[in-house]
Design a protein around this ligand. Structure first.
Ligand code: GDP
Length: 371
């Protein structure tokens, strides 16, 4: 049997079978490295980080992640909690408040670029604050960033300096919130990272985490993303997921939805107005997602007939395997958003009975209107 080899960057055991798990190295790269008798063996993730200053995310099991969060509770550190503003509910880490212990939490709302400009940013910060407080987290501050566009990265770094007060920093978040993109921006904005790999050795550890050295000898730790099971990301495949993830600023769309009317959001969700006295509805979703209005009594037939053609995604082969839409009924007491996790939301009036449908495994919920 071959002896276990370790990456000299992160300490993960080298393996050649699972590209998404820690320690992955393509078999060809491993062979080459062994043949050249090189002393320094890197996993693919550390290799990319070293050569391209680029972080590649890895998947961790829930148990490993919980173990890692427990080490945060024991540390004296600032916790930077990254969420996707567009999918706040899908960004929640269950039980985070228990894991952070007494450490301060800086909340970062990423993907700011997709929210409509008319939404006042102070209001947005307050709203985010409220939402995470309901989860038992009291952030010391709220920052808004666009990792993709590189917006407000320096402001974020300044806030981190302000609140860490000479301590370490742990960056946490569920997958898909843009944490890797954000960390890559932070690395790009930081100089003196050439020694990154040698300062981030963990011989024998299996938790793949990356430490970015800070000026004062402290470190910023990028923890692996936890998987939030109810995201749209888990029912749509790569190309279809791209079709529903907003890439640009969302243009809200107005629909006068009355009783007995249904609006399809592509083939991935639908909203039925069961009972309202004020026809209305504003859709916040990707600009290119096709919206289709029909009578609720015809909706079922319409869907079966047109999914994958007139209403997409899903597309192609994905149509046959696509989970059935499941109905969730609500009665609003105030003007509210009916949120389809990871897809967007529809704002409906107070005192309205609605049904939101989403693929089995994707949550639908209501909240007081964001805008
Ligand atoms: P991670 O799983 O949290 O590390 O997320 P990634 O960094 O891999 O990003 C997930 C997806 O979100 C990718 O498709 C990114 O291009 C996209 N993304 C990341 N940051 C932003 C952002 O600021 N704005 C927008 N619109 N998309 C982003």
């Amino acid at each position: 049997a071959q002896e276990t080899l370790f990456c000299i960057g992160c300490g993960a055991a080298i393996q050649t079978t699972d590209p998404k798990a820690a320690g992955y190295t393509p078999a060809s790269a491993l062979k080459k490295s062994l043949a050249s008798d090189a002393q320094d063996l890197y996993c693919q993730r550390c290799f990319r980080l070293r050569h391209y200053n680029e972080i590649v995310p890895v998947d961790l099991s829930d148990d490993d992640f919980r173990h890692l969060l427990a080490t945060i509770r024991e540390a004296d550190a600032l916790v930077v909690y990254v969420v996707d503003i567009f999918d706040l509910n899908g960004s929640i880490i269950p039980g985070l408040q228990r894991f952070v212990g007494d450490n301060p939490v800086l909340l970062v709302g990423n993907k700011e670029d997709v929210l409509p400009r008319q939404l006042r940013r102070t209001k947005l910060r307050e709203w985010m604050n409220q939402q995470v407080r309901a989860q038992g987290i009291k952030p010391v501050d709220v920052a808004l960033t666009s990792a993709k566009k590189g917006h407000a990265i320096d402001d974020l770094l300044a806030l981190i300096e302000k609140y860490r007060r000479g301590r370490d920093v742990y960056v946490v978040g569920v997958t898909n919130v843009g944490k890797s993109t954000l960390i890559n921006r932070i690395i790009a904005n930081n100089t003196g990272l050439k020694d990154l790999i040698t300062t981030s050795r963990f011989p024998g550890t299996t938790l793949d985490k990356i430490e970015i050295p800070l000026d004062d000898g402290h470190k910023m730790v990028d923890t692996p993303g936890i998987i939030h099971p109810e995201q749209m990301a888990h029912v749509l495949s790569g190309d279809d997921l791209k079709l529903v993830s907003p890439q640009k600023e969302i243009r809200p769309k107005n629909y006068q939805l009355g009783n007995g009317q249904t609006l399809f959001l592509g083939g991935v969700a639908r909203l039925d107005i069961v009972d309202t006295h004020k026809p209305a509805g504003v859709v916040y979703a990707d600009n290119n997602l096709t919206l289709h209005r029909t009578k609720t009594e015809n909706a079922e037939n319409f869907y079966t007939k047109h999914v994958g053609e007139l209403i997409t995604p899903p597309t192609g082969d994905a149509v046959a395997d696509f989970p059935p839409l499941v109905r969730h009924e609500f009665k609003t007491t105030e003007i509210s958003d009916v949120v389809f996790e990871g897809l967007g939301w529809v704002t409906v009036p107070a005192e309205t009975r609605v049904a939101g449908w989403a693929p089995k495994g994707v949550d639908v919920l209501t909240r007081p209107a964001m805008i």
